[in-house]
Design a protein around this ligand. Structure first.
Ligand code: ADE
Length: 227
């Protein structure tokens, strides 16, 4: 897979993909991640990428030309173009799964007061990572990239993401423990040391259910099993 990220702040990505699982995925050629500064694509003599909004109002609006030209120069036959914006559709694990099957993603990081609405005409998806407003789409682009790359086959053990929270069963993760058996008076639950795998599975399921009921009852009532 190839992921091209379009941003005005490429330095924000320094180091982010140079550690741990994403670095390994890049080293193992499971993914190529390129960062483009779309200011490099502006035709404006002063390197401008934005302008004041028609109709008035605060702030600056990202202009069409640099983003159109940048996207058009990168787009291939099977490219999915994603725009990150707080008014996009809410990002979910199912979307990460679907996007992990794509060949090429272009992710556009919005900034300032927003972007010219005509930019949507070259985008396939508008995504929000949550109901809060960040200073720009860079951190959301990191979130998307991380959540997608870990799902590319061969990047991590398939079993570990089959057990992720937010998968088909919509249950949050059960509690896990490692050695020692007792730490500062806190004991590992007896059942996990029993060696009885049926009992362990039942315990884990019940703990997941309990945690989900307490923290995210909304997940239990969802009929939309694919979203
Ligand atoms: N840009 C600013 N806030 C955002 C959000 N919550 N999701 C996606 N892009 C954003």
């Amino acid at each position: 897979m190839k992921i091209d990220i379009l941003t005005l702040f490429p330095n924000m990505f320094n180091g982010v993909f140079e550690e741990s699982i994403i670095k390994k995925a890049i080293d193992n050629e499971k993914v190529t991640i390129n960062i483009y500064n779309f200011r490099d694509y502006t035709n404006d003599p002063h390197n401008k990428v934005d302008d004041t909004p028609y109709g008035g109002g605060a702030g600056m609006v990202l202009s069409c030309q640099p983003i159109f030209d940048c996207v058009e120069s990168l787009k291939e036959k099977d490219t999915k173009v994603i725009l990150l914006t707080p008014s996009g559709i809410p990002y979910k694990q199912k979307m990460a799964y679907d996007l992990s099957k794509e060949k090429h993603l272009i992710i556009i990081c919005g900034h300032y007061e927003g972007f010219d609405e005509r930019i949507l005409s070259i985008c396939d998806l508008e995504i929000s990572i949550g109901d809060y407003v960040l200073t720009g789409g860079e951190i959301p682009a990191m979130v998307l990239t991380d959540s997608i790359v870990r799902l590319i086959p061969g990047v991590i053990n398939e079993m570990s993401h089959l057990e992720d929270s937010f998968n088909e069963n919509y249950l949050l993760d059960y509690p896990t423990y490692t050695k020692p058996r007792e730490y500062r008076g806190m004991e590992v639950p007896e059942v996990l040391i029993s060696g009885d795998h049926k009992k362990i599975s039942e315990w884990r399921y019940n703990e997941s259910l309990k945690k989900t009921k307490e923290r995210r009852p909304d997940l239990l009532n969802r009929g939309d099993r694919n979203v």
